[in-house]
Design a protein around this ligand. Structure first.
Ligand code: ADP
Length: 620
């Protein structure tokens, strides 16, 4: 009845308005395609078919194909009045457009297209898609129509359901009445004769609220088949997606579907039609028809768009092992673990983190080692300084003995003389007093020598005081007058007598430094016979904050090869030298915030220069 009324209306529309469907066998077809799409708004699958069709045709064809697209909404709207309006609308809208081909999406759209075309321009080819291979239309198709058919069958549904539910006994079928469902319309008959071992629970055409109740209490050996649902048993209009969402929320068993766009929206999957493949196949067919100028010689073939596709989320929900799926199944919506998704980032980050931690630890370890080493070295230096002073004792003992022997000899001599002056018949008191005064002076001198030596061998760090540098030099030289005399050393002192030159430091240590430099200078000159052995000590306060003490000799000077090693511990060119003196001197001077350097002196000899902060500087 529907078909006959539509037929009548379309004939009237076409004859009265004259839709300009043009095209002759001789001329190439105008490259203009009119898509008559049976879906309405909200049907994603058809939308995907059309967009895949467009993008597949959109290859640089010359001339490009113009595409018009009409959504007829035949899944929801029906009846002669609507059909009449549709026929008029399409005819009027495209009156002046040279349509070269009609693409019909869905069985109802194919039916309309044939009626619309045949009464006016039967030479316009029709290419169809989304039509089931058992659709009644296919058996009585007029010429110049081709397309690709979709195979949906209960065999496929049951096969998919068996992969999801082991021991499947029941398949609950949900959706619009099957006879109204385009490419699924032929399934109506199959519903009456289920295969052995499986029974169908027909929930098609029911109000959605009833469907919800029924799918919530299915037996454990059941699965649900969702086909499509546009208008429920109460006449309520829904999009298939809304319907699927609603049913999935209540369902107590996995849902099988046959359209790719339904997978993952609460449906587990199945052998589904992939709209993108349908669109691509249709575009290829349209190109072939354009090339041939007619659809008559191009046979109708089965679409390759059906493929097993499942949702990983649903498989998890129902505890289904992927290994039980049909071979080659496409599993979508896989939720990768953090590790799978960011593996390289995690590895890289961890490596950088570990490297950084390692570097920090290494740094801390090195820092600790350095501190320990510094402490050990300070300790060693202190011990060495003491050792050196003890070693110097050997060298000094001769001169000390000499120094003390002199006053002692003088004391004895003057004591004897004094006794003589007193034991005379007429005691010569003035002479005796003179002798006694000399004895007292010599006693003090000997005491001073001993005091100096004692101070030298103390190993404790004495407090720092303000020191007069000129006095420091004199006291040091006073320790070794014998050495100086014995070696014929000519001493020149250039002391800045105008103003006292002062430093802040440890007297014993600084005297040890000076003594070391002076004895080194004397040692170096012992071999000199062809020129005077001159020792010059110069004290200068070149600017208010710096004091320099230079010890210069006229010895052989320093071999340039040894210059860099002079201050190294145990470096010595003397047969019995310990090589510690200069290294200790350097550390003492540096402990006073000063510098000790060695350079060549004029023509002969060497200059060792101590530069210390002046009193103003070091006190701050
Ligand atoms: P030592 O006196 O036990 O050798 P030092 O550290 O005091 O140890 O001196 C190291 C070396 O520096 C000496 O062996 C010598 O070669 C060189 N040296 C030191 N002072 C002088 C100097 N005034 N003239 C030339 N060489 C010197």
């Amino acid at each position: 009845m529907l078909q006959s009324s539509l037929h009548r209306i379309l004939i009237v529309g076409v004859f009265t308005t004259g839709l300009s469907l043009t095209g002759a066998h001789a001329d190439p077809l105008p490259r203009v395609v009119l898509i008559l799409d049976q879906s309405g708004p909200g049907l994603t699958a058809y939308g995907q078919i059309v967009s895949a069709f467009r993008s597949s045709l959109d290859v640089p064809a010359d001339p490009a194909v113009t595409i018009y697209h009409e959504k007829l909404d035949l899944n929801v709207f029906d009846g002669p009045a609507y059909q009449n309006v549709l026929a008029t609308f399409v005819t009027e809208k495209y009156r002046d457009r040279p349509i070269g081909m009609i693409v019909a999406l869905g069985a109802r759209a194919l039916h309309c297209s044939i009626l619309l075309r045949d009464k006016q321009r039967p030479e316009i080819p029709i290419v169809f898609a989304g039509v089931g291979d058992e659709a009644t239309e296919l058996s009585e198709l007029p010429p110049n129509v081709t397309g690709r058919t979709i195979q949906v069958s209960f065999e496929n549904y049951i096969m998919a359901a068996r992969h999801l539910v082991s021991g499947l006994r029941q398949l609950a079928v949900v959706g619009d009445p099957l006879e109204r469902q385009g490419f699924r319309s032929h399934l109506k008959r199959a519903l009456l004769s289920p295969p052995p071992g499986v029974e169908f629970l027909d929930l098609t055409g029911l109000p959605i609220r009833n469907v919800k109740e029924r799918v919530a209490i299915l037996a454990s050996d059941s699965a649900i088949l969702f086909t499509t649902l546009n208008v429920d048993g109460d006449g309520k209009v829904l999009t298939p997606r809304q319907a699927l969402d609603t049913i999935a929320r209540s369902a107590n068993r996995p849902i099988v579907v046959d359209v790719e766009t339904h997978v993952g929206r609460g449906a587990a999957g199945g052998f589904v039609v992939r709209p993108a493949v349908v669109g691509k196949e249709t575009a290829e067919l349209v190109s072939r028809v354009f090339d041939a100028g007619t659809a008559s010689r191009i046979p109708i073939t089965a679409s390759d768009s059906v493929w097993p596709v499942f949702s990983w989320l649903e498989l998890q929900k129902w505890g289904i092992d992927e290994r039980f799926l049909p071979p080659g199944s496409d599993v979508r919506f896989r939720q990768t673990q953090m590790w799978d998704r960011y593996r390289w980032q995690i590895v890289l980050f961890t490596a950088v983190f570990l490297l950084q931690s390692f570097l920090i630890l290494a740094f801390l370890y090195e820092d600790r080692r350095r501190r320990v080493a510094e402490a050990a070295s300070a300790q060693l230096r202190s011990e060495l300084a003491h050792l050196d002073r003890v070693a110097t004792a050997g060298e000094l003992s001769a001169s000390i003995a000499h120094e003390i022997r002199q006053p002692l000899a003088a004391i004895v001599a003057f004591g004897t003389a004094g006794l003589r002056w007193l034991t005379r018949n007429e005691p010569d008191l003035p002479e005796a007093r003179k002798a006694l005064r000399t004895i007292v002076d010599e006693g003090h001198r000997a005491g001073q020598v001993i005091e100096n030596v004692r101070a030298m061998f103390k190993n404790n760090a004495e407090p720092r005081t303000v020191l007069d540098v000129a006095a420091l030099v004199r006291k040091t030289l006073a320790l070794i007058p014998g050495e100086i005399r014995k070696n014929d050393i000519v001493i020149t002192l250039e002391l800045d007598e105008a103003q006292p030159v002062q430093v802040y430091g440890n007297e014993v240590q600084l005297r040890q430094v000076l003594l070391n430099l002076v004895t080194n200078a004397i040692d170096s000159m012992k071999s000199i016979t062809d020129r005077p052995r001159q020792l010059r000590v110069t004290v200068k306060s070149s600017n208010p904050n710096t004091v320099s003490i230079a010890v210069e000799d006229s010895g052989p000077g320093i071999d340039p090869r040894n210059m860099t090693r002079l201050f190294d511990p145990f470096f010595s060119t003397k047969p019995s030298g310990m090589g510690l003196g200069l290294s200790i001197c350097k550390s003492i001077v540096e402990a006073h915030d000063g510098r000790l350097t060695a350079t060549a002196a004029g023509r002969y000899g060497a200059v060792f220069r101590i530069v210390l902060p002046g009193i103003a500087e070091s006190m701050t």
